[in-house]
Design a protein around this ligand. Structure first.
Ligand code: SF4
Length: 245
């Protein structure tokens, strides 16, 4: 399977969940490589924005695919995770649902020796999980992409997948908002797909504490008004946009 490469190894790190409903929870993050979307402000574009591809990104830098990819077998990934001091894992990307089969194999290997392993998945909400993978995951964090991502609506909004997660008892919806237009777009999506207000988590956009501060208070008030949740971005407060923490 394909993970993002960080220095000489795969991008796997022990940290605190930085956003969403489990913010502050200790977790091991596993960053898969590859994504089916190509958002223009993506902060992990090294998982998909490779040399020779036509995608546009705000930074304008292309990555050498071999340099930023780490190939690893599910058994090897399980063994690396088992050696770490935590039994809660966040599967992120890129888009982890592109590699469900391999991830499920890894989960099975870990749970064979310790059933206490738990897993969260960060997904863009464009793929319906396979039943076996779905059953193995304790929490789905869905981040549907809004029009400011630069993606065509037909690619970023997949009704069958959003409908699946809207009715899912273990799914939460996280939205990064930059202004009032985003709030309207989120409200329209929530109404159309029947997403309950307390399953929506609003977050400010920013890669530094100063950038978060520009909109955090306004967005918190907007969330309160609508019955949505609000999450700051703890990892940005603590570590800025450093990788591997
Ligand atoms: S869906 Fe997420 S990982 Fe994929 S391009 Fe958009 S922001 Fe990046």
């Amino acid at each position: 399977m394909k993970l993002a490469r960080l220095d000489a190894g795969p991008e796997i790190f022990h940290t605190l969940q930085g956003e969403g409903v489990s913010v502050g929870r200790p977790a091991i993050f596993v960053r898969t490589s590859r994504c089916n979307l190509h958002c223009r402000w993506c902060d992990t574009d090294y998982t998909w924005n490779f040399k020779g591809t036509p995608w546009e990104h705000d930074r304008g830098t292309k990555h050498d695919k071999a340099d930023v990819t780490f190939e690893i077998a599910p058994a090897e990934l399980a063994s690396r995770l088992a050696a770490m001091p935590c039994r809660h894992v966040v599967l992120t990307g890129g888009e982890p649902l592109l590699q469900q089969g391999e991830l499920l194999e890894m989960i099975g290997l870990l749970r064979a020796t310790d059933p206490g392993w738990s897993f969260e998945v960060e997904t863009n909400g464009t793929r319906v999980p396979e039943p076996g993978f779905d059953a193995a995951i304790q929490q789905f964090n869905i981040s549907p992409k809004l029009s400011h991502s630069g993606m065509d609506e037909a690619l970023r909004i997949v009704p069958v997948a959003l409908g699946h997660f809207a009715a899912h008892p273990r799914a939460w919806f996280k939205f990064v908002a930059t202004g009032p237009g985003d709030l309207e777009e989120i409200g329209t999506l929530a109404e159309h797909y029947g997403i309950a207000p307390d399953r929506i988590v609003l977050m400010p956009e920013g890669r530094t504490a100063a950038e978060l501060d520009r909109s955090a208070a306004k967005l918190a008030a907007a969330a309160l008004e609508r019955g949505w949740r609000f999450s700051d971005r703890l990892h940005v407060r603590l570590w800025g946009d450093q990788r591997g923490v």
